[in-house]
Write a protein that binds this ligand. Structure first.
Ligand code: ADP
Ligand code: MG
Length: 324
């Protein structure tokens, strides 16, 4: 398990990580989602012990990353934003070197390196110099290095940046495969990617954790907090009149459908279902009394895009030193 306790990172006066506090359970794929400059890489660098925090602590499987770095790091494989590849080594040499650094016992090294090359499909280029590899292959080498030794926790900073669509699909499949036996944490500024791969999304905005939940629950989060949809055969003007008689109904949008029904989107001043009242009951009863059966009545769902936009509102995408 990973515990991130009240983490703060300041660069000068700039607060890049602003009191992050969360715990990650084993066996899930977590996605750090946030615009460029949100603080994802900084957080990952601190979690993996590459960067000191200004305040707070990170505990990996019971080991504080600063006080017991060797013990803590044994549990982590990390693909940083810019993987530290040695350009003049061949793929095989580099992975053997990485295995040594990771203190994988000598007699297991060869098999271990072979296994990650199989998984990341690097066999064909194992004798090539890293400097002669394409961006996609270099990314795979970085990934191979991260999963070498199969640590419990695999942390990947923007693993698909700069890859072509085919490579992206391959890397995503690989991540899903890894997640069967590992905890995977990846970062991305692309909502679609996180939604597709992760089973838990943590939205980071200006160094703060602004939401963390499953994609489904995030959609429900604002979902229907104050909007409803109904459908009935009654004419739009009739529907408007009935709705207007219900207290709590604020805004009404009506649409006549091709099936000769009226579809209404309703905004309510307060939550759809409060402690003592549920406006859905009032709507149901009002339409029943008016002799207009409802064909459909539901709290409407916000899309994940809407949730993301709402939560990271106003944050500019910046292309500064932090997100090279
Ligand atoms: P992300 O990975 O979400 O794009 P980063 O963690 O790279 O965000 O950056 C968070 C903020 O911290 C940005 O505003 C960035 O400019 C700033 N930052 C990152 N690294 C440094 C650094 N070494 N020195 C000064 N500011 C930095
Ligand atoms: Mg980054």
């Amino acid at each position: 398990m990973i515990e991130v306790k009240n983490l703060v990172k300041k660069y000068g006066t700039h607060l890049a990580v602003d009191h992050l506090d969360f715990q990650l359970e084993p066996g899930r794929i977590y996605g750090f989602l946030g615009p460029n400059g949100a603080g994802k890489s900084t957080t990952m660098n601190i979690m993996t012990g590459y960067l000191g925090a200004t305040e707070g602590a990170v505990v990996i499987d019971g080991h504080d990353i600063l006080r017991e770095p060797e013990e803590a790091k044994k549990h982590i494989g990390y693909l940083p934003e810019l993987p530290p590849l040695y350009m003049d080594m061949t793929v095989l040499e580099y992975l053997e070197f990485a295995a040594e650094l990771k203190e994988i016992p000598k007699k297991e090294r060869e098999a271990s390196v072979q296994k990650v090359m199989d998984i990341t499909k690097l066999n064909d280029v194992q004798f090539r110099l890293i400097k002669n590899l394409s961006k996609g292959y270099r990314q795979r080498v970085g990934l191979a290095q991260a999963i070498l030794g199969f640590p419990d926790i695999i942390i990947l900073d923007e693993p698909t940046v700069g890859l072509d669509p085919k490579q992206i699909i391959e890397i995503r499949e690989l991540i899903r495969e890894l997640a069967k036996e590992h905890t995977v944490i990846l970062s991305s500024h692309i909502l679609a990617e996180v939604r597709e791969v992760c089973d838990y999304i943590m939205i980071i905005s200006r160094g703060k954790l602004v939401a963390s939940d499953t994609p489904e629950n995030l959609e429900h989060l604002m979902a229907g907090q104050n909007s409803l949809e109904i459908e009935t055969k009654a004419e739009p003007e009739r529907v408007r009149k009935i709705l207007r008689s219900i207290s709590g109904v604020d805004k009404i949008e009506l649409e006549r459908t091709e099936e000769a029904t009226t579809y209404a989107r309703i905004e309510t001043g307060t939550a759809v279902s409060g402690e003592n009242q549920d406006i859905r009951e009032a709507i149901f009863l009002a339409f029943a009394e008016a002799g207009c059966p409802l064909l459909m009545l539901k709290a409407s769902k916000a899309s994940l895009e809407e949730v993301f936009m709402e939560l990271t509102q106003g944050e500019e995408a910046t292309a500064d030193a932090g997100d090279l």
